[in-house]
Design a protein around this ligand. Structure first.
Ligand code: PMT
Length: 400
């Protein structure tokens, strides 16, 4: 979502400047073209060379730099930006911008830009709670600026309380959110993710290698685009995506119950979960002891949740747009097309899980998308975050 986006990173003076370096690293890793502006005070903590080396772009420190002025002009950065982040943002900088003061490169650029502006404040707790500061923040919020609130902890000034710069990851997430299209506002999307576990006894189960990464990437991307997201998740080690309602389940039958009782009002259902096709017929209530040289566990078929959803015609106001996944090691096109038809889906995402960089428990995926109308699209190799965005792009074009 940040690929090729021009981001201005304004850095004010404060001990938290070192966290801005980590933020720059996250933004650059995500493909953003970051241009750093440092205030004079920021340069007391870290030299511009650090930011210049990591961003690959010259760092701006002076409002009237003769060389930069000739080459780009001091306003052009503001014109070209997709987003302006100020982190750490001091009370002084926020106060000046709220008052319309533009007396250095950073405040001038923020005042001149039409891009969204995101402040990540860091300051002493008493400065943060001071009504003058709070009024300035409120004023900037009213004008559409975004804020990532500081967190509580022991502050560099010796005080305990709210004022520490938010973690770079949280600022990064807010940046992604600021640049995401809000084209799913008003849509309710249910997503299933992760594996199911079918218990054999209290200490053993049948499962698969699903990490939940694909389903969680979809949930996060849909939430960022404004959807109300319900994530029905099998057991994973992933953190709950911000702003997403998560319902945890263990077995396929539990997943079936949660999906079927919550589908009313859903515009879209995406089934990225790797549901176990079978479960042990009997679950032993005590640990099964090792006795014979070999043993047999009788399995019975689990409900096919996706097929059940595809068969729904009545009982809910309207049929949601139904997206299945197909994890295949062979005959990808034939198997996925068959599932699309037999399960009565609107779209299926076919993954080739025989490749090491695709499918289960990796950060990337290779997918072919097939649609009810017979059309298809080859997404090639991409990160699961990128694929999630692409899948949502296609879904949106098919929604009524
Ligand atoms: O979780 P990750 O590590 O990120 O890995 C991602 C993934 C490989 C799990 C994901 O991309 C994926 O392919 N998910 C579907 C895996 C799967 O179970 O495929 P399948 O071909 O067996 O099932 C087809 C579809 O029917 C799936 O949408 C599945 O959720 C659904 N199904 C299957 C069986 C069942 N009993 N009920 C179902 O609803």
């Amino acid at each position: 979502m940040l690929r090729n986006k021009k981001i201005i990173l304004g850095v004010c003076g404060g001990i938290a400047v070192y966290k801005a370096i980590e933020l720059l690293r996250l933004l650059s890793k995500a493909g953003a073209d970051v241009h750093v502006i440092m205030t004079r005070a920021a340069q007391e903590f870290v030299t511009p060379l650090t930011f210049q080396t990591l961003s690959g772009n010259p760092v701006h420190t002076e409002l009237f730099n003769l060389i930069a002025e000739r080459e780009i002009g001091h306003i052009s950065l503001a014109d070209r930006a997709d987003l302006c982040i100020i982190a750490p943002a001091t009370a002084n900088c926020i106060g000046k911008i709220a008052a319309g003061i533009a007396d250095d490169m950073l405040t001038t650029t923020v005042m001149a830009t039409k891009a969204p502006v995101l402040f990540a404040p860091a300051m002493n707790v008493n400065m943060y709670t001071n009504p003058i500061y709070q009024e300035n923040e409120d004023k900037l919020r009213r004008f559409g600026c975004r804020f990532v609130a500081p967190v509580s902890g022991s502050l560099a000034c010796g005080w305990e309380g709210k004022g520490k710069l938010a973690p770079p990851e949280a600022i990064f997430e807010a940046a992604v959110s600021a640049l995401s299209p809000r084209d799913l506002i008003g849509r309710k999307i249910m997503i299933t993710a992760g594996p199911t576990r079918e218990e054999i006894d209290p200490v053993r189960f049948i499962s698969n290698y699903s990490s939940g990464k694909m389903g969680y990437a979809l949930a996060r991307a849909a939430q960022l685009r404004g959807a109300e997201v319900l994530l029905i998740s099998g057991p994973t080690a992933l953190p709950k995506p911000d702003g997403v309602r998560v319902v945890n389940v263990t077995s396929a039958v539990e997943m079936q119950n949660e999906v079927m009782t919550r589908l009313d009002g859903c515009d879209v259902i995406i089934k990225a979960a790797a549901v176990a096709d079978y479960r042990p017929k009997m679950r032993s209530s005590t640990k099964i002891k090792k006795k014979a040289d070999s043993t047999t566990i009788e399995l019975v078929k689990n409900p096919d949740i996706l097929a059940e959803l595809g068969a729904i015609n009545t009982g809910i106001k309207r049929r949601p747009f139904l997206v299945g996944f197909a994890a295949e090691t062979d005959a990808l096109v034939e198997n996925a097309s068959k599932k699309l038809k037999e399960k009565n889906l609107d779209m299926i995402v076919a993954n080739d899980v025989s490749q090491v960089d695709s499918g289960f428990n990796v950060d990337t995926n290779r997918a072919l998308l097939f649609f009810r109308d017979g059309s298809s699209s080859d997404c090639g190799l991409m990160s699961k975050d990128q694929l999630a965005g692409t899948i949502l792009d296609y879904i949106i074009t098919h929604l009524p």
